[in-house]
Design a protein around this ligand. Sequence first.
Ligand code: C2O
Ligand code: CU
Ligand code: CU
Length: 536
Amino acid sequence: MKRRVFLSGLLGAATASLFARASLAGEGAQGISGMADMPGMAGMSGMSGMDHTPMPTPAALAAVDALPAGAPLANLRVLASESQQAGVFRATLIAQPATHALLADKPPTTFWQYDASAANHDGPVIGPRIDVREGDRVEIRFVNRLPQPTTIHWHGLPVPPDQDGNPANPIAPGATHVYRFTLPKGSAGTYWYHPHPHMQTAEQVYRGLAGPIVVRAADDPLAAWPERHLFVSDLKLSADGAIAANSMMDWMNGREGQFVLVNGAREPRIDVVRDERWRVWNGCNARYLLLAFDDGRAFAQVGTDGGLLGAPREGVTSLLLAPGERAELIVRAGQGASTARLLAAQYDRRKMAMTHGSLPPTPVATLAQVHFGSQGDIANPTLPAQLRPIAALTPSNVKKSVVFSEAMDMHAMHQPGASKLAMPKGMRFMINGESYDAARITLTSRRNEVEQWTIANQTDMDHPFHLHGTQFQVLAREADGKRIDETVLAWRDTVNVKPGESVHVATVQREAGDRMFHCHILEHEDLGMMGTLRVT
Ligand code: C2O
Ligand code: CU
Ligand code: CU
């Protein structure tokens, strides 16, 4: 990894002069807060002695056990339809600040959350579940009561481009906008909604703006299974109860808090007394979820982002959900009582260090405490061998290439005031050699033409690729000259790409207009790892 060493070396030098410049220019302390939590920066603290400017201490974080654990898994709120008409789902969503008392003896924490009315609620911060059916006409009146412009993006759904909450269509603070779309046949699946404003997506999501969408099919083969929803989010909380700002390391690697929450709570308890269908969302800014039970027990995977697989995958013991991804599982109650922890097991996504090499992987996190055991004589339904037919997309010979790259721009980092910006200058995350520019069309496609896209990761860390407005099929993965064909035919809108890897997908857009594609580590998206696809 010569390149990483080279970049790290440069960055180390640049950082040193950044500190010097900050004190020379009298920029004060808070501009460089966040530097102190960079591994490899410990030795820098001596510098503060030279000019009597005290080093900023990043706000201390709340202890990892500061939030209670073990409460029964909360049900997510459901967004009620205001429409009496069959086939029409009409509702209001308000994005607004809301306080929740989290830490004892500390002021309540102010989140931003989606609510159906101006009144806040006591339940989870997660936005209400939008539960709709194939064929439904959806009309969501959205009110922005945030201090920033925002949009709502319907992640994974085939909605018209001008209804998809693109950064080019911001809703100003105080403004109202109605999003309208119709859910086509075949769109049943597990989706979510979240903001997508220009350069403020990461912050709006980490402050709490995200919610689940379930689209149901009339002929759902798993309708008989009781359903459970696990919406996973990440929380970085200061000891004073405030949501912590992003540090430089958060921007570089994507933010991971000290808490990983399921339906807004730490390590909830789940009682599985009969076989259940779980829908799991990775709504974290950057945390990868390698789902596994700590006792190694198996589950079945029955669905991906865009709905059911052709056939269940039995005997799965770990399943990676990159940020933005979803899955449907069958979790079985089993015979006799037992318990297991549902983990985000260790996965090394090669987070960058400021010195040489990589940071150690994120520690294992417990997502939930699960208590298993059939109670009485419950006859569990038998999982069908086939779930639904999935037709393979056959790409034409039209090919597109998406290349992820990164660079540290020393000049930008040296600009006066650069270190005081909410978003650091000088870290560049790019697609096809360019950071996002609203005025640039990165790629152009023709509607209804199935294309083969190759997403190549030329950086040293994992990046999850996401494309708006459609579901694609992974064809193969290629690394070190070896090509591995994908064996599972599935509809996805997000796929992880490892360093040095190329992922080949088949994809098609059905409507003309502009679509975004980007890394779903939201800090990277905000820092420019995003492009525009113009569909003509
Ligand atoms: Cu969930 Cu453009 O993303
Ligand atoms: Cu999306
Ligand atoms: Cu990324």
